[in-house]
Ligand binder design. Structure first.
Ligand code: NAD
Ligand code: DAU
Length: 384
C-alpha cells in the first residue's frame, strides 16, 4: 500500500544535534533502505549540540539542518511555512540537572519559554492546514521521568497518572513545559503527545552525564566521582530503545495522551560505576589504571538529589506493542565499546574543538543568498 502524500512531508526535530536527538536523526534517516522520510533538524547548537554526531547523514538527500533558536518565533514561523512538516518532535532543552542548580535561567528560557514559543508557532501553522494534513499533524514533546519527583525504596514505579512533583530547576522547567503542551491539546485541540522517559545512555552522550563521564575519566585515569553514598537509583534505557519508542508514539500514539518510556533497569549509581570499571578491566586489560575501581571517589552530594526513579511502561507496551531490545548489560557493553572506538569524538568534545569547528564552518558563511540578506537585516540565520 502506498503512503498518503502528506506523509512524505518532513518531520521537524528540535534539538537534533544533542545526545538523544542525534541518535533519533541517525536512526530516522538510516533505517530500512528506501524508507527514510525527510527530516529537518532545528538546533541552535548550545555547548551540548554537536554536528559531528550527524556527519554520516550530512549529505543525505532527506536531511536538512537549520541553525535556529526555539525562542525565536519569527524563525520558527518562517521555517514551518517553508518546510510544511507533518510533525514536530521536540527534544531541544537544557538537560543537565547540575547545570540547572548552578544556573537555572537558561532552563527557564529554553525549556519553558522555548517550548511555549514553539507551541505558539505550531498552533499558528496547524491552524492554516486543512484536510488530511491537519488531521495527521502531530506535536510530540519529549520529556523526562524527573517531573514525577523522587521515589522511596518500596514505592511503585511512576505511571502516567503519578502526580507531578519536580525537585530540581531542570525538572521543574520540564514539568512546566509538559503542562503547557497538555494545555494546548485541551484548549486549542493541537494534536500533542507527551513522552516521559527514564535515564538514557548510549553513543554521543555528552561526558557531563554520569555514564560517559565515568567512561572518559576512567580511560584517562582520573577520579570517578560518585555523589553522596552512591545508592541513588536510576532506571536506565538504551537510547536506541527510546528512539524506537518515540517513532512508535509518533505514528500510533493518541493525541492528548502521555506515554511513559523505560526499560525496567533500575541500578544504583555505585553499581553502574562499578560495572563500567569491570567492563573496562576486561576490554583494556593492559591499562595502567586497572583495576579501574581504584579510581572511585565518593564526593559531596548534589543538592536536592532525587533518591530513586523507576518507570512503569505498561501503557506503551500494551497499547503500542513496544519492548526494549537492550538489557542494561548488553546496552552498557555496547556503549563502552562505542567510546573505546571513538577516541576522536571524545577528544573533540573534551577539548572544545568541535565548537571551533562550528565557528569555522559557520562564522561569516554567506554561501546562501538568504543567509546573507538576512544577516544584513540583523537576523541571525545560518543554514547548512
Ligand atoms: P542534550 O542536552 O544532549 O541536547 C539538547 C539539544 O538541544 C542540543 O543539541 C542543544 O544545542 C539544543 N538546544 C538547546 N537549547 C536550544 C534552543 N533554545 N533552541 C534550539 N536548540 C536548542 O539533551 P538530551 O539528553 O539529548 O535530551 C533531549 C531531550 O530529552 C530533552 O528534552 C530532555 O529533557 C529529554 N530527556 C532526556 C533524557 C536523558 O537521559 N538524557 C531522559 C529523558 C528525557
Ligand atoms: O531521568 C531522566 C533524566 O536523566 C533526564 O531528564 C536528564 O536530562 C538527564 O541528564 C538525566 O538526569 P540525571 O540527573 O539522573 O543524570 P546524571 O547523569 O547527571 O546523573 C545520574 C546519577 O548519577 C544521579 O543520581 C547523579 C549521579 N552522579 C552524576 C554525576 C554527573 C554522580 O554520582 N556523579 C557524577 O559525577
Amino acid at each position: 500500500m502506498t503512503e498518503p502524500s502528506w506523509k512524505r512531508f518532513p518531520v521537524v526535530v528540535t534539538g537534533g544535534a544533542g545526545f538523544i536527538g542525534s541518535n533519533f536523526v541517525l536512526e530516522w534517516l538510516e533505517g530500512a533502505p528506501g524508507t527514510a522520510q525527510p527530516l529537518v533538524n532545528v538546533d541552535c547548537l548550545t555547548y551540548a549540540g554537536n554536528l559531528k554526531n550527524l556527519e554520516r547523514v550530512r549529505a543525505h538527500p532527506g536531511y536538512k539542518f537549520v541553525r535556529a533558536d526555539i525562542c525565536d518565533r519569527a524563525r520558527l514561523d518562517a521555517l514551518l511555512e517553508e518546510h510544511r512538516p507533518r510533525a514536530i518532535v521536540h527534544f531541544a532543552a537544557e538537560s543537565h540537572v547540575d547545570r540547572s542548580i548552578l544556573g537555572p535561567d537558561a532552563f527557564v528560557e529554553t525549556n519553558v519559554r522555548g517550548t511555549f514559543v514553539l507551541l505558539e508557532a505550531a498552533r499558528a501553522y496547524w491552524n492554516r492546514l486543512a484536510g488530511p494534513e491537519r488531521a495527521g499533524f502531530r506535536f510530540l514533546h519529549v520529556s523526562t521521568d524527573e517531573v514525577y519527583g523522587s521515589l522511596g525504596a518500596d514505592d511503585p514505579a511512576f505511571c502516567e497518572t503519578t502526580p507531578y512533583s519536580p525537585n530540581s530547576p531542570y525538572s521543574a522547567t520540564k514539568a512546566a513545559s509538559d503542562h503547557l503542551v497538555r494545555a494546548y491539546f485541551h484548549t486549542y485541540g493541537l494534536p500533542t503527545m507527551i513522552t516521559n522517559c527514564s535515564n538514557n545512555y548510549g553513543p554521543y552522550h555528552f561526558p557531563e552525564k554520569l555514564i560517559p563521564l565515568i567512561i572518559t575519566h576512567a580511560l584517562e585515569g582520573k577520579p570517578l566521582p560518585i555523589y553522596g553514598d552512591g545508592m541513588n537509583v536510576r532506571d536506565w534505557l538504551y537510547v536506541g530503545d527510546h528512539c524506537a519508542a518515540l517513532r512508535l508514539v509518533l505514528e500510533k500514539g493518541r493525541p492528548g495522551e502521555t506515554y511513559n518510556i523505560g526499560g525496567r533497569n533500575e541500578r544504583s549509581n555505585r553499581e553502574v560505576v562499578e560495572t563500567i570499571c569491570e567492563i573496562l578491566d576486561e576490554l583494556r586489560p593492559g591499562s595502567p589504571h586497572c583495576p579501574h575501581k581504584q579510581l572511585i571517589r565518593f564526593v559531596k552530594d548534589r543538592p536536592g538529589h532525587d533518591r530513586r526513579y523507576a518507570i512503569d511502561a505498561t501503557k506503551l507496551e500494551r497499547e503500542l506493542g513496544w519492548r526494549a531490545l537492550e538489557t542494561f548489560s548488553t546496552g552498557l557493553r555496547k556503549t563502552v565499546e562505542w567510546y573505546l572506538a571513538n577516541p576522536e569524538w571524545i577528544a573533540d568534545v573534551l577539548s572544545g574543538a568541535y565548537r571551533k569547528w562550528i565557528e569555522q564552518n559557520y562564522d561569516g558563511r554567506d554561501d546562501d543568498g538568504r543567509a546573507t540578506e538576512q544577516a544584513r537585516a540583523g537576523q541571525h540565520r545560518v543554514e547548512e
